[in-house]
Ligand binder design. Structure first.
Ligand code: HEM
Length: 430
C-alpha cells in the first residue's frame, strides 16, 4: 500500500506514545515526516493518515460521506450511543439528525441558559481554597451542567443520575476496557468487561427513560421546564412527528458523550494555563467581554481537547494532491493544525492577545487553522454551548487567585477521546 511515510516503530509503541505522550508524539511525527504522515496504533484497525495543513484539512472536511463516513470511526461507541446517535450516522440521516439536535443550540434559546451555567460555576468556584485538581472539579461541574441544562434534571434526580452516568462512562473512558470489550464482545458474566458495561448501560437507560417519562408528562401539562430536553421534546421531524423515547435517549447520550469530557478537559487546561499566567488572570479580572472570549479561543487553540477528526476511506481519494488508497483512516489532525509553528506565530506560547482586534504586535491569526471543533458537516454541534460554558466558568474564576501546584507545566495525556493535563491540572487556589 502506498501510504505517506510514518514511524516504523511497532503499533504497540505507537499506541503507548499516543496514549501517554500524545502531544510529544504528534510533534515528533510531524517534524520527522511532515504532512501528511501515517501512524499505526491499536486505536483503529487501519493505519491512519494525518493531515494538518489548511488545504488538506479543508479537503478532509469536504470528503463525501459516502466515500469517507465518519460514523464508522465511532462504531465502538454503538452499544452506549444507540442506533439513532448522530455520532454513528452519515449522509442524509446524519443531516436530518443534526437539524433536530442543533435546534436548542441557536441564538436566544441557547443564551437563555447562560445564567443557570453562571450560577453553577460560581457555586463551584466559591468552594476553591488550597490545592485543587481542576480536571476532577471540572468533570463534576460539566456533568452537573449537562444534567441540569441539557437533561433538565432536578435537585432530587441529580445524585442518582450522576452515579449511573459515572458508572457507564468509567468503562468507556478507559482504553484497556474498551480494547477488552472490542476483543470479547461477549457477556462472560457480570464481572467481565462487557458484562459490567452492559449492566452499567442498562441501569443508566432505566434512569434515563424514567426521567424522559417524567418530563414528557410535565410537557403534556404545559411545564417541562427550561432545558434542552424540553426543546427536543417540542421538536418535530420533516413529517411533523415528535421523536420517540428511544430517539430522545440517543440524542441525550450524544450530547453527553460529545459534551462532557471535552468541556471538562478544555476547562482543566484553561486552569492549568491560567495558573501559570498571572497577567492573564489580572486582565480577566477587569471583566472586558472581548478578553474572556480571547482566552477561551486561545485555550482551545493551545490545548485542543480532541486531537483528530477521523474518517474511514471506503474508496481511494485525492487529498491535497496525494492519492490515498481505500481501507485506511484519514484524519484532520486538530492538534497539529492548532499548534504548528509554521501556521501560528509563537505557536507554543499561551497568548490570548493574539485574538484581539488591532493588536499591533500580531497579524490576525488564520482562522482556517483554528479547528478545535472540527469542521464541515460534522463540526461540533455543541460548539456555541461549549464556548458559552467556558466563558461563564472563566468569569466565575476571575475572582480566585490561581497558582500552579508545581513548577513544571503539565504535559498532555489521553483519557479515551480527549487530552487532559497529565496530573489533572494541579493548582493552588485562594
Ligand atoms: C470544548 C469542548 C468541546 C470540544 C473541543 C468539542 C469538539 C468536537 C469535535 C472536534 C467534533 C467533531 C468530530 C468530527 O469531526 O469527527 C465534535 C462533535 C460533536 N460535539 Fe463537540 N466539542 C465540545 C463540546 C461539546 C458540547 C458541550 C456538546 C453538546 C452539549 C457537543 C456535542 C457534539 C456533538 C453532538 C458532535 C457530533 C456532531 C456531528 O457528528 O454532526 N460538543 N465536538
Amino acid at each position: 500500500m502506498d501510504l505517506p511515510p510514518g514511524p516504523r516503530a511497532p503499533a504497540v509503541w505507537q499506541t503507548l506514545a499516543w496514549m501517554t505522550r500524545p502531544g510529544a508524539f504528534l510533534r515528533r511525527v510531524h517534524s520527522r515526516f511532515g504532512d501528511p504522515a501515517t501512524i499505526r496504533t491499536y486505536w483503529t484497525e487501519e493505519p491512519m493518515v494525518l493531515f494538518s495543513s489548511p488545504d488538506a484539512v479543508r479537503a478532509v472536511f469536504r470528503l463525501d460521506p459516502q466515500v469517507a463516513p465518519a460514523g464508522q470511526s465511532w462504531e465502538f461507541l454503538r452499544p452506549f450511543a444507540g442506533p439513532h446517535s448522530i455520532l454513528l450516522l452519515d449522509g442524509e440521516e446524519h443531516i436530518r439528525e443534526r437539524r433536530l439536535i442543533q435546534g436548542p443550540f441557536h441564538g436566544e434559546r441557547m443564551r437563555a441558559f447562560a445564567p443557570m451555567i453562571a450560577d453553577l460555576a460560581r457555586r463551584e468556584l466559591s468552594g476553591w481554597h488550597g490545592q485543587v485538581v481542576a480536571l476532577d472539579r471540572m468533570r463534576d461541574l460539566t456533568l452537573d451542567i449537562i444534567l441540569r441544562v441539557v437533561f433538565g434534571a432536578r435537585d432530587d434526580e441529580l445524585a442518582h443520575m450522576r452515579d449511573v452516568i459515572e458508572d457507564s462512562l468509567a468503562s468507556v473512558r478507559s482504553l484497556p476496557w474498551v480494547l477488552a470489550m472490542a476483543v470479547v464482545r461477549k457477556d462472560l458474566g457480570p464481572r467481565s468487561p462487557w458484562g459490567r458495561f452492559r449492566i452499567a448501560v442498562e441501569r443508566f437507560d432505566a434512569e434515563l427513560y424514567a426521567l424522559l417519562a417524567r418530563r414528557r408528562a410535565e410537557a403534556a401539562g404545559g411545564g417541562a421546564g427550561d432545558s434542552m430536553l424540553a426543546l427536543l421534546l417540542e421538536a418535530r421531524d420533516e413529517h411533523g412527528n415528535p421523536s420517540s423515547d428511544q430517539h430522545l435517549r440517543d440524542q441525550l447520550v450524544a450530547l453527553l458523550v460529545g459534551g462532557h469530557d471535552s468541556s471538562a478537559a478544555s476547562l482543566a487546561w484553561a486552569f492549568e494555563l491560567l495558573a501559570r499566567h498571572p497577567e492573564v488572570q489580572a486582565r480577566l479580572r477587569e471583566g472586558e467581554p472581548g478578553y474572556v472570549d480571547a482566552v477561551v479561543k486561545e485555550v482551545l487553540r493551545a490545548r485542543p481537547a480532541l486531537t483528530i477528526a477521523p474518517r474511514r476511506l471506503l474508496e481511494p481519494a485525492e487529498i491535497a494532491g496525494r492519492r490515498i488508497p481505500a481501507g485506511v483512516q484519514v484524519a484532520a489532525c486538530l492538534w497539529l493544525a492548532c499548534r504548528r509553528d509554521d501556521l501560528w506565530e509563537r505557536a507554543g506560547e499561551f497568548r490570548p492577545e493574539r485574538w484581539l482586534d488591532g493588536n499591533p504586535d500580531h497579524p490576525a491569526p488564520n482562522p482556517v487553522s483554528w479547528i478545535p471543533f472540527g469542521g464541515g458537516v460534522r463540526r461540533c454541534a455543541g460548539a456555541p454551548f461549549a464556548e458559552m460554558e467556558m466563558r461563564e466558568v472563566l468569569r466565575a474564576a476571575a475572582g480566585v487567585t490561581l497558582r500552579p501546584a508545581r513548577p513544571e507545566p503539565e504535559h498532555a495525556r489521553r483519557s479515551m477521546l480527549v487530552l487532559t493535563p497529565h496530573r489533572g491540572g494541579e493548582i493552588v487556589a485562594g
